[in-house]
Design a protein around this ligand. Sequence first.
Ligand SMILES: [Zn+2]
Length: 351
Amino acid sequence: MRATVMFGAGDVRIETVPDARLLQPTDAIVAVARAGICGSDLWPYQTMEHSGTGRRMGHEFIGVVKAVGADVRTMKVGDVVIAPFLYSDGTCVFCQEGLHTSCLHGGRYGSDGVDGGQGEAVRVPQADGTLVVLPVGADDALMPSLLTLSDVMATGHHAALAARVGPGKTAAVVGDGAVGLCGVIAARRLGAERIIILGRHPDRIALAKEFGATDVVSERGDEAIQRVRELTDGLGVHSVLECVGLEQSTRTALSIARPGGAVGRVGLPQEEAIPESLPTFFDNVTIAGGPAPARAYIKELLPDVLDGTIEPGRVFDRVVRLDEVPDGYRAMNEREAIKVLIELKTKERRR
Ligand SMILES: [Zn+2]
């Protein structure tokens, strides 16, 4: 089969790899119908050292079940399923608490003999605990929005929960990438009265407004902090969704929370230390967040996607075939596209 392999910074290729096949009785084989390129895929795209064997890519995908192991109970061949960005058993102490990202028997795609999602098929470990059967066909018009539940929409929702967004509150979203835009959707969905988006790309800001952002702050650093204070009577906001992970964005996020407020961090931190330790201490600011337990959120968010209440699939502004994935990485890296959807042909899915 064919799959996306990264060999180093800027070097993404479509390679022939061993076919996905059942290894454990708890496995399922999924023929990928749609996959996404994630903002986090861009970190290795910018920094990875050359590797002779390369690294299999992709952790956001929807597909059709092609085979199941003897112990798999919740799905059958032909079912359309969505995969959260990590696999999990669904039964351990952390999964039972809804924190599937800390599953004792879980892991990630693209390493340790597990396929990446940006390819023709994936062996999914712990299929019952990982995959969710969808009540739609593989070519349903809702596919882009459904695909966001594997990562970006779940992550935006996680940021909003960690930031304690609620009715009547003012929220700020730091970052106008796909996760930040989904954070706007999540903040509105949870009842935020006012949503300030911090970003500076006109196309993304326009989408953020359509998703429910009420105010835009395009300044950076101290000027951005000042501007948010002006918008909030000098107090700061109740809830901050940090969707970038860089030092400056984290500093901004922590500096615009009002006393007693909360910051939900979902951008992968690029620094060891958390800035603004003293001011956030004296202001009793809660600092929360981490990787989103997407598996726990899929069922909660699914009805809103199915009935059209939320349309997170609009963050995908480019569609490519598998052969075109290297150009998809380039386009996202150069900010030419917000987020790239990979559409696999039916013929590829049958293999
Ligand atoms: Zn578990």
